[in-house]
Design a protein around this ligand. Structure first.
Ligand SMILES: [Zn+2]
Ligand SMILES: [Zn+2]
Length: 160
């Protein structure tokens, strides 16, 4: 058994600006790029009117070995990290999109005509009057539960 703990709450980082005032940020992600670590931070106070922007800081150490964040002065370096972050965000969105497509298919009631088919997931027949889902792509009918259990079409090439 491993002592694995999942921290669900986001880490809050407090940064002090030149005027000495404290600002709270959520540490949403750390990115490693070219052997350096970067932090993606988002202000905890949400501005209702403006879209909250994330800020990117470089993670380093001070003389005592404490973790500190500092501004990226090199524009090129900043761009690179911003691109990496955008890319990661985009990939995440893609996953969510693909994941939800199968959920948006409405079930249909099995008619007599449809009942001569077997569900490709459990290989059982489709009973008249029960709910089934037709794959929007290949039209293969599945039991509603089987469609959900498999998270979409069981029929190859759709499932691949
Ligand atoms: Zn089934
Ligand atoms: Zn299909």
């Amino acid at each position: 058994m491993t002592d694995e703990r999942i921290i669900e709450e986001e880490e809050v980082v407090i940064l002090i600006d030149e005027d000495g005032s404290e600002h709270e940020f959520y540490l949403i992600e750390t990115i490693e790029l070219d052997k350096a670590q970067y932090a993606i931070l988002q202000p905890t106070e949400e501005d209702e009117e403006e879209e909250t922007e994330v800020i990117i800081l470089k993670i380093g150490e001070d003389e005592e070995g404490n973790e500190i964040f500092f501004e990226i002065e090199d524009d090129e370096e900043w761009e690179k990290v911003a691109d990496a972050w955008e890319e990661a965000e985009r990939e995440e969105e893609e996953i969510i999109k693909v994941d939800s497509e199968w959920q948006n298919v409405a079930p249909i009631v099995v008619t007599e005509e449809m009942s001569n088919q077997n569900c490709p997931f459990c290989h059982q027949s489709l009973k008249i009057g029960t709910k089934s889902i037709a794959c929007p792509n290949c039209k293969t009918l599945h039991h509603e539960e089987c469609w959900r259990e498999n998270r979409g079409c069981t029929n190859s090439p759709c499932s691949s």
